[in-house]
Design a binder for this molecule. Structure first.
Ligand code: 5AD
Ligand code: SF4
Length: 492
């Protein structure tokens, strides 16, 4: 177990071990020596900042990088002050790439002034060969570039950078490897994301993820359960199970297991109070899973179920493998099995060939489902995906107009749905002191909405019953309704 490893006791003069994770512990110990030298030279410890772009998978990967940096001897700092700046990048839409290039450009003058400063880039964008070529050519001041498949090798790559004294690049095309037992630094003491699988096999025709995150592979259930047990012993009460398509969990295991079965096992862990998961693909959302969700005392009453489009014709071109009617059928089943469930979604506007009639189908789904909220995206052409070469790309002004209409509809429905809970008492997990008002705390409800109400720092991490007094569109103002909830009252 990683917590039992003492880096100081590792013999760094010997050859590095061949097997993982021992090999990474060895390189962490080597980097630790470098950090000690830095401290001697500068009279302070080195500082680092990991900035995340993109989704929750990336956020979780960043926690792993922070854990390794912490154990090497770095202290966390704001990006402006950090000796080591790392961007964990996203490439799902073109504007994610543009933002990263902008930020790297801004680092150049700083690095010129402080040559000891280091810049690292990792994540999905690095899996695109054109990106790495461009970085090599025009951004030669970068120190370390690695991808999504070898993130576990961070310490080894960092050691290579210290030894080489120049840019180190290591990108793998794919992997079937999952390395367990590496450190990580959680953002919150009371909740945590947990990877249950990596990669995606779906190849939705617009999406670059399967190309940059590789083939689907699931972690062994024992490893997942062990990690959650350890987290719970360390104060975690809410977990978010992460994967690009959690509903197909377990299909690639030697002893296949369904996602519903995994959830049932996780439910049994004492001390764990809330279970969330994302992302669900409608085509793999089984009756078994809906049944487990309905019976569970711990699975939160919220499901993120990306629809992408309401038009069966467009869904087919997107390679989503469900129809509008099948999607609406799933929603009905869910609402029946889990009364009051909150549904959220992702929608893409302007997919090649989308007509006004197709768009009306999307609006129709939005009106029928009545989502609690929806992430709406303008279609972004990603080179290498089948959709990028489809004819009939929709003109920009048409997309913009549809996007605005969709957003208006989504927001007005979300406001109405939010108002339905006004006056009810619900349990909230207190996450922080409110950013707007220091006399208030912010809690998350089972349905994933936030509530702000009077309280203090000492409440963070506890569960409190809150009266939702006023709905403010996508959050509530409330007041405590009685004493903090007991540890095991069976509430979600
Ligand atoms: N253009 C626009 N949105 C996209 N998404 C994925 N690929 C693209 C793209 N090329 C959206 C989908 C997905 C979410 C994470 O990002 O809606 O569910
Ligand atoms: Fe992309 Fe589709 Fe896989 Fe989601 S399921 S990551 S949208 S290919």
């Amino acid at each position: 177990m990683y917590t039992e490893i003492e880096l100081d006791k590792i013999d760094i003069c010997s050859e590095p071990p061949a097997e993982e994770p021992a090999r990474q512990y060895y390189f962490m110990a080597r980097c630790q020596e470098w950090a000690k030298d830095f401290e001697q030279k500068h009279g302070r410890r080195p500082t680092a900042c990991v900035t995340t772009f993109g989704c929750q998978m990336n956020a979780r990967d960043s926690e792993k990088l922070r854990g390794i940096l912490r154990d090497i001897g770095y202290i966390e700092a704001q990006e402006e002050q950090a000796d080591f700046v790392i961007y964990n990048t996203c490439t799902v839409r073109e504007n994610a790439n543009t933002r990263v290039y902008g930020r790297i450009g801004q680092l150049k003058p700083r690095k010129k002034k402080h040559p000891h400063m280091m810049i690292g880039l990792c994540g999905c964008m690095m899996q695109e060969p054109e990106v790495v070529e461009k970085l090599k050519k025009s951004y030669s001041f970068i120190d370390l570039i690695f991808g999504t498949h070898n993130i576990y090798k961070f310490a080894e790559l960092l050691a290579a950078r210290f030894e080489a004294g120049r840019m180190v690049i290591d990108i793998w095309k794919d992997t079937d490897k999952i390395v367990e037992d590496l450190p990580n630094e959680r953002k919150y003491p009371f909740k945590s994301g947990i990877n249950i699988m990596f990669g995606c096999n779906n190849f939705c025709s617009y999406c670059i993820v399967p190309y940059v995150r590789g083939r689907e592979r699931s972690r062994k259930p024992e490893a997942i359960i062990r990690e959650i047990r350890r987290l719970v012993a360390d104060g975690v009460t809410e977990v978010m199970l992460l994967g690009q398509n959690v509903n197909s969990y377990g299909k690639t295991l030697d002893a296949p297991m369904s996602f519903a079965e995994l959830l049932s096992e996780i439910e049994k862990i004492d001390g764990l109070r809330r279970i969330r998961f994302m992302t669900s693909h409608p085509k793999d959302l089984s009756d078994e899973l809906i049944e487990v969700m309905g019976k569970s005392k711990k699975i939160c009453r919220h499901l993120h179920l990306p629809v992408q489009s309401g038009s069966t014709r467009i869904l087919d071109k997107m390679n989503r493998r469900y129809t509008k009617e099948q999607y609406l059928g799933l929603v009905n089943k869910l609402r029946h099995a889990v009364p009051g469930i909150s549904l959220t979604t992702d929608i893409i506007v302007g997919f090649p060939g989308e007509t006004e009639a197709d768009f009306q189908e999307t609006l129709d789904v939005v009106r029928k489902v009545r989502y609690d909220s929806a992430f709406t995206f303008i279609y972004s052409k990603r080179t290498g995906t089948p959709a990028a070469v489809m004819e009939e790309q929709v003109p920009e002004d048409v997309i913009r107009d549809r996007f605005d209409r969709l957003l208006k509809e989504v927001q007005s429905i979300a406001g109405e749905v939010c108002a339905l809970h006004e006056g009810t008492v619900q349990e909230a997990l207190i996450e922080s002191v409110s950013e707007q008002d220091a006399s208030m705390v912010t809690g998350r409800l089972s349905n994933n909405l936030l509530v702000h109400f009077p309280g203090g720092q000492e409440m963070i991490g506890s569960y409190v019953k809150v009266l939702l007094k006023a709905c403010k569109g996508f959050y509530y103002l409330g007041e405590p309704a009685g004493l903090p909830s007991g540890q095991d009252d069976g509430m979600k």
